[in-house]
Design a binder for this molecule. Structure first.
Ligand code: 2P0
Length: 335
């Protein structure tokens, strides 16, 4: 479902002053995030309004750092990880289209320089941290001084999961119900979980055959299981918030794993089927299940790709490092 009369520019324009006050330079950082209750399905593809609310944990210092400065030769430039990108590349176009929402036709050529410090070995997508960092940098560059919830709503229009990367720690993105999406915003939970660890296990770095946007659309249109997803996501969100409140790791891990498997079940029942798993993904899952049988408190979650994210506490760190030597460990609450 899409409300065609409302587009990104019309939403943004209501929050901006007529006159822009650009600075010469701004920079910002935003963390990557991993969803424990997944965002899967849009009710509006223009504004990235989700079918369900979701909950994530931000990855502390791992994410995107974006610098915006003026371009002296009159043309926009987009850099990613120290490389100039062609202006017609997908990445450049997405970045410039997003910048244009705020520049609104004024001749202010810019250099947008993004660096991701997510280890390439981790196999994490960077659109969440990328659009969140770009939004924060634009807010500073054009002296917009927008509220955090407005920043979250605007970052969402770049990429849905970017709404959550505006915040650190545990973050809930409420689906909202307004047609303009201004109540579809993330907020931070008060809770911390100092012992929580996330283990990134990359089984492949190949580009995924179907991106999340098309995967969600195909699933909504063709999966007979999809109609059960919004209700499950809603109840998982409540279970996860309760588990986080009570620091009940088994409840949190089990719910996150079940949520990821249910999302993948909707993908697999789409047509043509969407199977993001590789044989190596299943091998790691089986290893996790065997470890649990043996008494190790470890669970996993997966996104629209073949890589796994293990969830565990510091007490299990050394045994898991031995089991998974390639694992990259993040402690989201270690300062
Ligand atoms: C999530 N994913 O909650 C879910 C789980 C993928 C599977 O958010 O189309 O890159 O830009 O809104 O944000 C990936 O979706 O998609 C994602 P768009 P996005 O983390």
């Amino acid at each position: 479902m899409s409300n065609n009369s409302i587009n990104k520019a019309s939403v943004v324009n209501r929050y901006l002053q007529d006159r822009l006050e650009p600075k010469d330079y701004a920079d910002a950082f935003a963390p990557s995030n991993i969803a424990l209750c997944k965002y899967w399905g849009k009710r509006d593809g223009e504004l990235n309004l989700p079918v369900n609310s979701s909950l994530s944990v931000s990855l502390a210092h791992l994410g995107s750092h974006t610098k915006i400065s003026r371009s002296e030769d009159g043309s926009d430039k987009v850099r990613l990880n120290n490389k100039d990108l062609p202006s017609d590349s997908d990445f450049s176009r997405k970045v410039i289209d997003f910048v244009d929402l705020f520049r609104r036709g004024q001749k202010i050529p810019l250099i947008v320089d993004t660096r991701n410090n997510i280890p390439t070995a981790a196999g994490l997508a960077s659109s969440a941290s990328g659009f969140a960092a770009l939004m924060l940098a634009l807010d500073d560059f054009f002296s917009l001084n927008l509220d955090k919830s407005v920043l979250s709503a605007f970052a969402r229009m770049g990429s849905g999961s970017a709404s959550r990367s505006i915040y650190t720690g545990f973050v809930r993105w409420d689906m909202g119900s307004r047609a303009d999406g201004m109540d579809s915003v993330a907020s931070q939970l008060d809770n911390r979980w100092p012992d929580l660890c996330i283990g990134l296990i990359k089984v492949s770095s190949a580009r995924k055959p179907v991106d999340s946007r098309s995967g969600m659309q195909r699933t909504i249109e063709t999966s007979k299981l999809y109609p059960s997803w919004p209700e499950q996501a809603g109840s998982d969100l409540i279970t996860l918030e309760q588990a986080i409140d009570e620091q009940n790791f088994a409840q949190m891990g089990a719910c996150a794993e079940k949520n990821a498997m249910s999302m993948h079940a909707t993908m697999m029942s789409a047509w043509p089927p969407l199977v993001y798993w590789l044989p190596e993904s299943l091998a790691v899952m089986q290893q996790v299940w065997q470890l649990r049988e043996a008494g190790v408190a470890v669970y996993f979650t997966m996104d629209a790709g073949p890589n796994l994210k293990l969830l565990f506490e510091t007490a299990s760190l050394s045994v898991l490092q031995t089991e998974f030597p390639i694992m990259e460990v993040i402690q989201p609450f270690s300062d």
